[in-house]
Design a protein around this ligand. Structure first.
Ligand SMILES: *Cc1c(COP(=O)(O)O)cnc(C)c1O
Length: 226
């Protein structure tokens, strides 16, 4: 096998070992945690290599890129969209994304509902939480908006609320952010916790993460987007 394949194999193995350790330290089973390999900006050959290494969950941030890759891969691969949703991209997004991690607007939720009703399908969504409300350039609703938002989304029959997603503020202790999200999920009665990236997935597992989104620890530093 080629060098890149070996590199991915070694990186992936190291991440999986850390997942196992963190799970065991938290008294959890590693299979309670879905590892999403975030392949954004990396070529299809890397996605294929990870598939051959047993990965079935892939994360993408852009509609066109996700659609392209998903179209090339075997149908048992699952695609997670975690970028900011754009209203006009929703019909395309729903063609390839099995899970959407970044729901943060009722307008988008309603558009998804309409489209999914037409398709006769349903989809799993995570509601994105922004823990630094003063930063409006980031996706996500605030924790104070969550109860009202989630009851509105629960009215939409083709949207299943799987859980909450967050990217912790850079200057905060991630463990504290993850605990806040876990407590909020408990309060509103959702099970899924999409949290933890390359730098903090062990802390996220400790706080109960069910989905971790790991890019650079597996694939290396990201190429600049085309
Ligand atoms: C890019 C990205 C990731 C992966 O980040 P790494 O630090 O490379 O693991 C996870 N979540 C979101 C929302 C991202 O945009």
């Amino acid at each position: 096998m080629n060098e890149r394949f070996d590199e991915l194999r070694i990186n992936l193995r190291a991440v999986q070992e850390k997942i196992e350790k963190a799970a065991s330290a938290a008294g959890r089973e590693p299979d309670e945690i879905t590892l999403i390999a975030v392949t954004k900006f990396f070529p299809l050959s890397d996605v294929r290599a990870l598939y051959d290494l047993g990965i079935r969950n892939f994360g993408e941030n852009r509609d066109e890129e996700g659609a392209q890759k998903a179209g090339e891969l075997a149908s048992d691969a699952l695609w997670h969209f975690q970028g900011q949703i754009q209203g006009r991209k929703i019909p395309s997004l729903l063609e390839w994304a099995d899970y959407i991690h970044s729901l943060d607007s009722l307008d988008h939720a309603t558009k998804c509902e309409r489209r999914l009703a037409e398709m006769g399908e349903s989809r799993a969504f995570f509601i994105q939480i922004n823990l630094e409300p003063e930063r409006t350039d980031r996706g996500g609703i605030t924790l104070s908006q969550l109860p009202e938002f989630i009851s509105a989304v629960r009215e939409l029959r083709h949207l299943q609320v799987s859980g909450l997603m967050t990217v912790p503020p850079v200057d905060a202790d991630p463990a504290r952010s993850f605990a806040q999200i876990a407590a909020a999920a408990d309060l509103v009665g959702v099970e899924g916790l999409s949290m933890g990236m390359s730098g903090d997935f062990e802390a996220a597992i400790c706080a109960g993460a069910t989905h971790i989104r790991v890019g650079s620890s597996i694939l290396g530093s990201r190429p600049t987007p085309a």
